[in-house]
Each structure stands twice: as structure tokens, then as C-alpha cells.
Design a protein around this ligand. Sequence first.
Ligand code: P6P
Length: 334
Amino acid sequence: MYTLGEFIIKKNRYCFSSSTETLLRLFSSIKLAAKAIHKEVNKAGLTEKMGDSGITNIQGENQKKLDEFAHKAFIKAFKNRNVVCGIASEERKNFIIIKEKKENILKNQYIVLIDPLDGSSNIDVNISIGTIFSVYMRKSSIKMNLTIEDFLQKGNQQVLAGYIMYGSSTILVYSSGNGVHGFTLDPSFGTFYLSHSNIIFPKMGKIYSINEGNSEKFPNGIRKYIKFCKEKKENRPYTARYIGSLVGDFHRNLIQGGIYIYPKTDSSPKGKLRLLYECNPMAFLSEQAGGKASDGKQRILDIEPTKLHQRTPFVCGPIGMVSKLEEFMYCEYD
Ligand code: P6P
């Protein structure tokens, strides 16, 4: 069984360049933070880490104690490995500049956008939660300070994206543009081993994931698509599965075949999910797994970002399922 490090070296064996070395160091940070969070999540009920931190985060949401713990775990891990020059986190309003040591300035080229603990409202009820990360190369010259443009890059510029799901086991799923691969943590060794190589969406899934409690607020095209999912025709009705945790819903749909939808609603006209550190990474993985991701009309990875925490309607899954939903959305605009 390959470890994550061995797999990266094997995948890059013909180009073991500094880029492979920095990628290994980047993953070393991600694994370190993931293991620290795994440990806390798995005993959250026994420590003071459950519940709210008493802080309202930038999103105007109740921050959970584990949200802040996860945020700090990644900042510390990235600072120690000297490969990241800047981080934008769901938990902070502005981006964070990592002060580079002179000797490392040429290496610290990665920009990371991260949702340290997505779905954290599920922590107190033991439902799977996850970290989502999106990685770019800096655009600004190393002689200049980082600017917001380093973070507002289109999703099609990502060099790496992935998530860690803290569920029945802890699994790290990533793509660096050569397919989607999953590594499961063996807690007894503290090592991530390759458990899912070249993950591909099943051609046509039978699962649809959406919060139907918002149905009255959905656009007509979405309501028509939900009706389509429930018809007794062809390979339908589909099965409804929704746990309110993007990483958990996405991972199940990736493995078993299903569509995830978070559309705009009357109360969230731009949708709820954030483009830069939720939708772009999940869209990158979707396309690398032979699927599709859009806002109901346009490809997520082509959206030009304008703000760090901007939101977008989001649908991802097997190409056939996403294209069928888009047909209903286009009819709405006819
Ligand atoms: P709702 C969690 O807050 C999150 O950002 C995603 O993880 C999840 O899919 C979605 O929001 C759930 O939102 O409105 O259905 O509770």
C-alpha cells in the first residue's frame, strides 16, 4: 500500500523537480494539521471542544470551538513548512501573509484558500465534517507584497484541490490535475495510505442531494428538476440523501454516483456556498473525476472572482445529471 508521500513521488517520478519537493512539503503540512484535527474531532464529546466559541465569524455564523482549532492548526502547519506565502481562510475576513525567511523566498510560492472545518454545525451531533483546500501559485512578483489578486484567481488556475473528511474513518481526497485519489488515515501509524486510486463518478448516479426544506424559495427550474428526480420513469425515482455537510454529501456522491445542488434561493440570491474555498475545489475534483460543476448555467471554474468570501449557486456530479438540471434551468430562462 502506497503512503501519500510515496504516491506523489511515483506520480512525479519522471519529473522529480523542486516542484515535487515543495508539493511533498505542502502535503506534509496538510497531513500534520489533518491528524491534529482528526484527534480532536474523534474525542470532541469528551473534551471542552464541543459547542460554540462564542464568536460570530466573518460569515455572521456561530463559530464552533473546533472551527477555530482547525483554522489555527492549518496556519501553524503551513508556517512551519515554508512552502506557503499566503492563506485565505473562511474563519478570517482578510488574507494572511506568511512572512518568508530569506533563504526560502523562492520556494514559498503556494497560495492556499481553505475552509478549515466545513459543516461544523454537525460537530455536536457526530455527523461527518471536513476540511476543504484549494491551492494556486502566487501571481505577484516575489519582490512585491502579496495582493488580493493572488487570491482572486479563477478556479481553472488551481494546481491542487482536495478535502479531508472526518467520518467513520479520516480520508484525504485530492487532485493535482492527474485524476482524483483518496488516502485513508491509519491512526495506529498516523499514516495516510492509498485507499481509492483514480476515483471516477459513476456515469449516471441515482442520488440527489439538496435541502428540500428550501423548496418554496428555489427557482422554478430547480423545482422542476426535483420533480423529475421523483418521477417513476426510466431509472427514477432517485434516492434523496442530504446530511448538510458538503464534504460528506460530495464524497458519498463521488463514490456512489449522485448530484449535489445548492441553488440560489429568495433569501440567498447568490447561493450559500463560497466560490473560492468550497465550490472551486469541489468543482476541480468533480471535473477531474469525469464529472461537471456549474452554477446552473456557467462552469464554476471559469467564474471570475471579485471578493474573497463571495458565494455562488453550485451543482456538481456526473455530467449527465448536471446537464439534465441545466436543461431545466435554461428552460426557465427561455
Ligand atoms: P443548509 C455547511 O454550513 C455548508 O456550508 C455545507 O457544508 C452544507 O452542504 C450546507 O452549508 C448546508 O446548508 O442550508 O442546507 O443547512
